[in-house]
Design a protein around this ligand. Structure first.
Ligand SMILES: [Zn+2]
Length: 325
């Protein structure tokens, strides 16, 4: 099944299939947490099913094999280790399998997720497969950071965009997932309207960590705290989420300094303390600080090994030191 915010994209896929306009390679693009990987698996299930209606039937032989993860014409390539690259030998192995004819039905489907985790050699190897069109194969690439993919790959893919999910059905779905005691619309906003990211934030006590960080930043700006006093606490959290909190808070302060309406803030529920911070931070400092966090955040997303303790210490000392400049 698809998620409530993916109706439009699913309609596009159905039209492409019925009008035989589906290209050999499809790129599902958009921010992380939109359920693109699940969507890719849903396309694969429907194409491989022996009696598909709007979706795969879930009962035929092909569906049974797929559910048992043993369908011979479905290949899913993901990094062998979390947050690591997809390697060239994985792509070579895939290419080799795609050279054979389908074993069960009319087509083979391969999903590469996240495609932005392909290292350069793997991307080049994939390009060879893309350059040799084969009517029996559908390649689905799932990516959130297109800048990590070579233009030569991007230009060969039919693209499907997944953007912010803000409709009522999405909010109701999220509320149902999180339970009634959680503010689903706040989490959706904090997650940049990516519902699965909102769930990840809820599961990691993100709001509590963000509030602790905001309070710490405020104390540092009043020169009433040691920048390193909470680092051991922060290190216990996921580094990506900590950087995300620091980035969105800093960007919100910058937006307020520029006179942007409070409705445009990610941390909309903390407008007042953010406004207070904006009054004691220099815009030039904030700009270079945001660039520094963005750089670290991108590295963390791409699986580069970072030393959380050193990185957090450096970021908090920078914040504290700008007050005395
Ligand atoms: Zn079926």
């Amino acid at each position: 099944m698809i998620y409530p915010w993916q109706q439009q994209q699913w309609l596009s896929i159905q039209n492409m299939i019925s009008q035989q306009r589906l290209a050999q390679s499809l790129l599902l693009q958009g921010t992380a947490g939109m359920g693109k990987f699940d969507f890719a698996k849903c396309i694969a299930a429907t194409l491989l099913c022996e009696k598909p209606q709007q979706f795969a039937c879930d009962h035929c032989r092909a569906c049974q094999l797929r559910k048992a993860q043993s369908h011979p014409d479905l290949f899913i390539v993901t990094p062998l280790e979390k947050s690591k690259a997809i390697r060239i030998d994985q792509i070579r192995e895939l290419s080799e399998k795609l050279n054979h004819t389908p074993q069960l039905g009319q087509c083979q489907v391969a999903i590469i997720s996240p495609a932005d985790a392909l290292n350069r050699a793997a991307a080049n190897a994939l390009l060879k497969t893309l350059e040799e069109p084969n009517g029996r194969v559908l390649l689905i690439l799932v990516a959130s950071q297109l800048s990590h993919l070579p233009a030569t790959i991007l230009s060969r893919c039919q693209r499907l965009q997944f953007s912010a999910a803000e409709n009522e059905a999405t909010c109701a779905w999220l509320q149902n997932q999180l339970g009634s005691s959680v503010d689903a619309s706040l989490l959706l906003r904090l997650a940049d309207h990516a519902p699965l990211k909102a769930i990840a934030l809820a599961e990691s006590n993100y709001v509590q960590m963000r509030d602790q960080l905001l309070q710490h930043l405020w104390k540092l700006s009043r020169e009433s705290a040691n920048p390193l006093s909470s680092v051991t606490e922060y290190v216990k959290h996921d580094l990506q989420l900590f950087l995300y909190a620091l980035l969105t808070l800093s960007m919100d302060v910058a937006k307020l300094q520029l006179g942007v309406h409070t409705n445009a803030l990610v941390n909309h529920d903390r407008t007042e303390p953010l406004q207070a911070l904006g009054k004691c931070l220099r815009a030039t400092f904030l700009q270079s600080y945001i660039e520094k966090i963005q750089h670290a955040y991108r590295l963390s997303l791409s699986g580069t090994h970072l030393n959380p303790q050193l990185l957090l210490e450096s970021l908090l000392i920078d914040w504290a030191c700008q007050q005395s400049i």
